[in-house]
Write a protein that binds this ligand. Structure first.
Ligand code: HPA
Length: 244
């Protein structure tokens, strides 16, 4: 039986419609996860929620203990992980406020603890990462997007930058030349660690701004907040259908 975990990113520190809620702190060999896990029911279905940046949104992307987070979710019995991530858009078809289901990623991060396979190994292990997101879980989310009447934006390449600063206009042009459609700061190593733990992992990206240089010469934080809220309404719709 599958059990769903939802990782909430910027703008999503809790799932408001959860019932029968309780929290549990989970210890891991990799230290502390970003937050205690929230267990509850959505539409009567059990799920686990984690606030990626902590409940108070205090942990920046490069300081998140991704290894502890994914370990804790598996420890809690999760088999499927839906990762919600705020992103900037480089692709004119993916406007602020939209939900996008990426199918590929490029990792531009550095210095993050990005594998479980490094100490006390009996054998060197290389996971297959040709398709970084679970084909099964993506297909399920895709179906829910269609049923929830959300515009279906899929097949996007997510570029994961180090942050916490936003990019320069020239960096975004480079990402565009590389084939990126979206840019965010938390997709890696999260996706790779999920694969190492054999969790089905998919990303639901919420576009909260045009990436640097695409719309004027500055990115407005108040605009980001406005679009994050719009994206959250769509996410609410999606989750309700997805959970059925
Ligand atoms: N760049 C990187 N990460 C982001 C952005 C962006 O423009 N918007 C939201 N997360």
């Amino acid at each position: 039986m599958s059990r769903l975990a939802v990782i909430g990113g910027t703008g999503l520190n809790k799932l408001v419609d959860l019932t029968d809620v309780y929290k549990r702190v989970i210890k891991t060999p990799y230290g502390e996860p970003s937050s205690p896990l929230t267990f509850g029911k959505l539409n009567g279905v059990d799920l686990v929620f984690m606030a990626r940046h902590g409940f108070g949104h205090t942990i920046p992307p490069h300081r998140i203990n991704y290894r502890a987070n994914m370990w804790a979710l598996r420890e809690a019995g999760a088999t499927d992980v839906l990762a919600i991530a705020a992103v900037g858009s480089i692709n004119r078809k993916m406007e602020p406020g939209a939900l996008v289901l990426p199918h590929q990623l490029i990792d531009y991060t550095w210095g993050r603890e990005s594998t479980y396979f490094e100490d006390d190994l009996e054998q060197v292990t290389h996971i297959d990462f040709t398709n970084p997101y679970s084909l099964k879980l993506r297909a399920e989310v895709r179906m829910a997007m269609v049923s929830a009447d959300l515009s279906l934006l899929e097949n996007a390449v997510y570029g994961c930058t180090q942050g916490p600063r936003l990019e320069t206009a020239a960096e975004i042009k480079r990402l565009e030349r590389d084939g990126c459609d979206l840019v965010g700061m938390t997709g890696m190593p999260e996706a790779a660690l999920a694969r190492e733990l054999e969790l089905d992992y998919a990303c639901c990206a919420i576009v909260v701004n045009w990436a640097a240089g695409l719309d004027g010469d500055q990115i407005s934080m108040s605009e980001i907040e406005r679009f994050a809220e719009k994206g959250m309404h769509q996410l609410d719709k999606l989750l309700k259908v997805f959970i059925k």
